[in-house]
Design a binder for this molecule. Structure first.
Ligand code: F0G
Length: 357
């Protein structure tokens, strides 16, 4: 070994004083976290917003391509500390990919229950290739989570969905990073809401860091659900949730109450955006700001655009939008738009003709 001194560390090592770990906790990490805050340029320009700063917290750059890795390093490390032998989760895709990766690294067996036909191909591929036992349910996420709870109650398998409190603990580190980078919390935090663990985690993180004297501001938490899967917005569960943003295709979120608390305590809101708005936002940030996030992440951008058009944001403020997962996760959606990729014979004229179109 040479004197290679750069040591990238994961969220447990970086924030251990704020996390329920001890020297005895075996840390299973993939160097998750430490994701960038990318300044949005085209977005404020397009909306005519001159005196606000908008940042994308790009969680798609985590080791398995979503924010879930922050919570999973905690959940898997604690499962190992507590001498578990197997873990299980229900998932719309990203949780299963992350659970499978961290379980692989830890030696724990991993079972994932996913809604058949309703998860993005990249996520299914990840869970499968990291070696989890993938079980497809002919039903939706809510039904899969109910089954997982029942199996968890039997006691031999540890649940690593966000009903596992260690997941929320790990995920709150994203708020810490934002404050560490900006020097304070932003005035507004925009985030997609599915099972509602992440909005809960950020709010916890922002509050804890403020209590520790690391920040002065608490952001308003602005959550967005897909219109066809918006139980918190409607105030009742949705039996058959439907949206192209399959990651947030959830009708009965586990952290419903704490998401409402985050909304109300912060003076924020939780609203819905349509699939069409999600699609437009998805394309805009990729085509104009060069940031490729998955449809569920674009729900937050769509929500931001909606609020900006209502003149919701105060001038001279900072706004952070969490882009929860990578656009690479969902190739089918990426290629589903009606601007076809053309094919031609390998001839100069033919290529030029298309270039000039
Ligand atoms: N964005 C992405 C990309 C997600 O995968 C999820 C949730 C969310 C947003 C919503 O976060 O559930 O904490 O409110 N995905 C879960 C999963 C449900 O199984 O991967 P949340």
């Amino acid at each position: 070994m040479g004197s290679y001194a750069v040591k990238k560390i994961g969220v447990i090592e970086r924030y251990q004083e704020f996390l329920p770990v001890t020297e005895k906790t075996p840390i299973i990490s993939l160097n998750e976290g430490n994701t960038p805050l990318i300044l949005a340029e085209a977005l404020p320009c397009e909306l005519g917003l001159k005196d606000v700063r908008i940042y994308y917290k790009f969680e798609g750059l985590n080791p398995t391509g979503s924010f879930k890795d922050r919570g999973m390093t905690m959940a898997i490390s604690k499962a190992l500390e507590e001498k578990a032998t197997a873990v299980i989760c229900a998932s719309t895709g990203n949780t299963s990919a992350s659970a499978a990766a961290f379980a692989a690294r830890s030696g724990l067996k991993c079972y994932v229950l996913i809604p058949e036909g309703k998860i993005a191909k990249g996520k299914l591929m990840q869970a499968y290739r990291y070696g989890a036992k993938v079980i497809m349910i002919r039903g939706n996420f809510d039904q899969a989570l109910k089954l997982v709870r029942e199996i968890g109650e039997e006691g031999s398998v540890t649940i690593v969905n966000s009903i596992n409190p260690f997941r929320i603990q790990g995920q709150k580190t994203a708020a810490f990073e934002i404050i560490d980078d900006l020097g304070d919390a932003p005035e507004y935090h925009v985030i997609p809401v599915g099972n509602a663990g992440n909005i809960t985690s950020y709010w916890l993180g922002y509050q804890e860091y403020k209590k520790a004297g690391k920040s002065k501001v608490l952001p308003k938490m602005l959550g967005f659900q897909a219109a066809g899967a918006a139980p918190i917005v409607h105030g009742h569960p949705v039996e058959k949730p439907e949206t192209i943003a399959t990651a947030i295709r959830i009708g009965n979120p586990a952290s419903w109450k704490s998401a409402e608390a985050a909304r109300d305590e912060s003076g924020g809101l939780i609203e819905a955006v349509t699939d069409e708005e999600i699609g437009r936002a998805y394309r805009f940030i990729a085509e104009r700001d060069g940031v490729f996030a998955e449809p569920a992440s674009a729900a937050a951008v769509a929500g931001f655009i909606k609020l900006a058009k209502r003149n919701y944001f105060k001038p001279k403020t900072k706004i952070v939008i969490t882009l929860t997962g990578s656009g690479l996760k969902d190739p089918d959606y990426a290629l589903s738009f009606d601007d076809p990729i053309e094919s031609v014979e390998p001839e100069l004229e033919a290529v030029k003709e298309i270039m000039e179109k």
